[in-house]
Design a protein. Sequence first.
Length: 258
Amino acid sequence: MTGGVLRAYELRGGDLAAALDWLHVHADLQGVLEEDDRLVVWLEGELPALPQPALRVVELAVDPADALRTGLEDDAPILVAEDLLVRPPWVERPAGFAGIELVVPRGDAFGSGEHGSTQAALRCLHRLWQDSTSVADVGTGSGILALYASVRGCRDLQGCDIDLPSVRAARELLPHGRFAHGGPELLAPAACVVANMTGAELRAAMAEILRLWDGAGPLVLGGMRAAEVEPIAALVGSTPVHRETVGDFTSLGFGPRR
């Protein structure tokens, strides 16, 4: 928590998985409880208006003891791959770790390493990285994927997000990058393009994502649930060379076209 009032909301009915995906992108969730017939989320302040009209939302009472937690007590380094680590700045680097380290604050933007879609996208990008000279990050969130490119030596970094707090977080994380508030139409073509979003957002943005990808480096698409993988791969028009699945989320990697 960052000092606001902790509130809890119970969601029932409708597509709970889609609602949770949307909330991970558009809200700073402090906690999540997933059950067969309901979803409970904790956040500071009011729940944003959800795009799923069939959902029933009820605010729940919050235990005062929960409100005293900072949200940082249980933070730990996240070993995304054997040689790839993500940690917040208040958590120390593990002794003996000699791989690639991404230091990302956990705040108002999605993508600090805990979520399965972020981990799958990072693993895919890590596997296919080819010293690309330019990277475009569509739906950048915290900027974690662009940060990976920066740590690997790429200096031409750009990204976009429709969520203004995410844009601000990415700019703070990577002040030498260019991050736009809006969609991929605001970006210039790049050797490597990454996009970790919901399946619906990937479909809607696919034409612009493919326009951005100049083919010199890899294309990484993340955030897909199982039923979305093959339809989205078909939109690319080429065969993925690598895929990573973490939890319910899959990321696809496509090799350079030239």
